[in-house]
Design a protein around this ligand. Structure first.
Ligand code: SAM
Length: 275
């Protein structure tokens, strides 16, 4: 059905836009169920594609705003808005128009989306920083999903896991076999749900927090001492900075918990030289 519909509109998939569409109804309904939305929910979808997920979200939610970069999908999506009545499509690049879209929504919302792989990290961080976004349920590349949900001590634990988990509870809700997509990509996917609580860790300066985490992981095999010594202008040594936290300068970033990074950011804030 999806295939015929796209053929009728002479649609050809663009790999550069991450166009791998879903059409299996059971899977689409399961993704919507994973998101935990209901008839009061306002939802932002990123990357409408042919509107298959949009239709399933619209059956459950109060209103769906869906952003799609590819104007060629307009005729297919027009049919979706005609059929549903509670869907509004916005054509444009979500990365360039995110703030405008959020102001248009103007109230707390959920993100539910099967996103293009090439945008995953950037988009997850953008949504994490948006105070109106309550939760995000994203279908992404499987190995990236497990990386984002990994905990201290796991081999995949890294800077993006720390940053996201400092503001959200992150869990993988299901794995999606590559065979479910049209066209079939080279990798499997997984659905990840992030429930945001931006006050949970008491981070005051999120930009500084992100900078600290990024610098600590800058060279994964290097010690905190090596990664931090030239990253910030401090009024003390890295050893003195870490001492009250009970962290050794010879540690690596991968051994620090989210709470350790929060405490480290507070120390850096205290000891940063004011210019
Ligand atoms: N939601 C559909 C589905 O599940 O079948 C399509 C998902 S497909 C993985 C991703 C969609 O995002 C594509 O339709 C693509 O054109 C769109 N897209 C890619 N980059 C985008 C961007 N920067 N802004 C908005 N949409 C984008």
């Amino acid at each position: 059905m999806l295939k015929e519909q796209l053929q009728k509109n002479n649609f050809t998939f663009k790999k550069s836009l991450g166009q791998n569409f879903l059409s299996d109804d059971n899977l689409l309904c399961a993704i919507v169920a994973d998101a935990g939305i209901d008839q009061d929910s306002i939802v932002l979808e990123i990357g409408a594609g042919a509107g298959t997920l949009t239709r399933r979200i619209a059956q459950v939610a109060k209103k769906v705003f869906s952003v799609e970069i590819d104007q060629r999908l307009q005729p297919v999506l027009q049919q979706v808005s005609d059929d549903c009545g509670n869907v509004e499509f916005i054509f444009g690049d979500v990365m360039k128009n995110f703030d405008q879209v959020v102001s248009k929504i103007g109230q707390p919302f959920y993100v539910v989306a099967n996103i293009p792989y090439y945008l995953t990290t950037e988009l997850a961080l953008m949504v994490a920083k948006c105070p109106l976004c309550k939760s995000a349920t994203l279908t992404i590349q499987k190995e990236v999903a497990y990386r984002l949900a990994s905990k201290v001590g796991d081999k995949d634990y890294g800077s993006v896991s720390v940053v996201l988990q400092s503001v959200a509870k992150v869990k993988v809700t299901r794995v999606v076999d590559r065979k479910m997509f049209m066209p079939q990509p080279d990798v499997d996917s997984a659905v990840i749900r992030m429930d945001f609580d931006r006050q949970a860790e008491g981070i005051e300066d999120f930009e500084l927090f992100m900078k600290v985490v990024k610098n600590c992981f800058a060279m994964r095999r290097k010690t905190l001492n090596n990664n931090l010594k030239n990253a910030f202008q401090l009024d003390c040594t890295v050893e003195q900075l870490l001492q009250p936290l009970g962290i050794l300068p010879s540690c690596r970033a991968e051994t620090l918990s989210v709470q350790d990074f929060v405490a480290l950011t507070k120390q850096i804030e205290l000891h940063k030289l004011k210019k």
